[in-house]
Write a protein of this length. Structure first.
Length: 209
């Protein structure tokens, strides 16, 4: 006699993140690129011709949608959820979007790539040979060494850490379907077949004395 028991009512599927690098974004021609205008990146794209940045420059001519700095957050909340937009912005902007969205909704609906594709250095500009340069350098260094800058950034993004550890693979739970259970039915059918064959042999073979 063959029998079986279904021990779970839910199947767990793993869905890999579709976009995790600049290459992934470029390889999808149907994806619109949201970019902030008049930045160091857009200035570089105006002159570069080779490599991945050259490809980004060519693709951005037809696929980019430029937004102002003041429109960045609104564009992220309204356009990215449709799955056909990707935003190319600074890491700190991504974290701010994470924090504000989680504060409003309690959800982590956005994903940030694990790698950086464009390094940007911030600095304060003063006149050449200005005596303020050394003073500013000392103050900025102190802000970093004493953790004051990090503290300010944390205060501006209180819920940032809730969404930073989003996995590269998402687990979805859904009810089992008949297609998902093909192995169960195959095992059950195989057991029933073997039981029938064994029972047939017992009927055909003479009883042993």
């Amino acid at each position: 006699m063959a029998s079986g028991a279904l021990t779970s009512l839910l199947a767990v599927k793993t869905v890999t993140m579709k976009y995790d690098s600049l290459r992934d974004v470029l390889d999808d021609p149907g994806l619109t690129l949201l970019m902030e205008g008049s930045t160091a990146l857009t200035a570089h794209l105006e002159t570069v011709t080779g490599g991945v940045y050259g490809e980004l420059a060519r693709e951005s001519r037809s696929r980019a949608k430029y937004v102002r700095a003041s429109e960045t957050y609104g564009a992220a909340y309204s356009l990215i959820p449709d799955g056909r937009h990707a935003m190319l912005v600074e890491n700190v902007v991504c974290r701010k979007i994470y924090s504000d969205h989680f504060s409003l909704t309690g959800r982590c609906d956005f994903y940030m790539s694990t790698g950086n594709f464009w390094r940007l250095i911030y600095a304060m500009v003063v006149q050449r040979n200005s005596p303020l340069r050394q003073l500013l350098n000392a103050r900025i260094l102190a802000l970093r060494e004493f953790g004051i800058y990090d503290r300010w950034a944390t205060n501006q993004m209180p819920n940032m850490t809730h969404c930073l550890k989003t996995p590269k693979k998402i687990k979805l739970q859904e009810p089992y379907s008949l297609v998902d259970l093909w192995a169960v039915f195959l095992l059950l059918g195989g057991g029933a077949f073997l039981s029938t064959v064994s029972f047939g042999f017992e009927l055909l073979l003479p009883p042993s004395h």
